[in-house]
Design a protein around this ligand. Sequence first.
Ligand code: OAD
Length: 228
Amino acid sequence: MKKIVVFTGAGISAESGIKTFRDSNGLWEEFKIEDVATWKGWNKDRSKVIDFYNSCRRQLKNVQPNDAHKALAKLEEKYKVVVITQNVDDLHERGGSTNILHLHGELTKARSTMDPSLVYDIGYEDIKIGDKCDRGSQLRPHIVWFGEAVPMMEVASNMISDADIIIVVGTSMQVYPAANLIEYVSSNAEIYFIDPNAINNLNRKIKTIREKAGIAVPELVNVLLKNA
Ligand code: OAD
């Protein structure tokens, strides 16, 4: 079976009703990164940080996976598939994909501020000031903030370098080290890039599809299933 790595960003969840970060009207126009997605912000006002992620989590509870998430799950019928996502939502899981690596964490989990190995499933429940880990420290969102290491990078780069086909969907490729992953793609691999605003500056031979994920992903999946 050929191996496919799908690398996704906020754009794949846009048609489910979740705002992207950098499009006009995106989340980073409404909130300051340093206030809600850094340690500095946490130390300054942890309630603000907790409220931000609580509201994202509440929204997540009420949205559904779209045709792009669902189509990717079908690829598993004929390919070995890994979804490497920068998204902290759970729409790939709910869309049916079974092998998912979250580079930037998960909204449905909380972790200890004292011991990063203590991670808890919280589903769609709020985190509250005073919620503690088993060692007694405040719980924080299980999100990789700016300035923090991305612990899954090595696993992700190994997966990418081993893939026959790469499908990149809905990412501005502006956030490092995640955007660097493309550098690990083998020279024989086929790369597809689906994004209505895709700028192909990746210095690789890439099939760019300037279209929304909900349309382009199911179409590409159909072609790949036929050709498998
Ligand atoms: P961005 O908001 O930077 O980029 C979203 C991309 O989705 C843009 O390139 C849009 O053109 C594209 N897009 C919008 N609607 C789309 C649609 N319907 N179908 C397909 N593409 C569409 O989001 P990311 O690249 O995911 O990190 O951002 C990367 C990281 O920056 C995030 O994981 C997050 C953020 O800060 C953390 O919070 C740690």
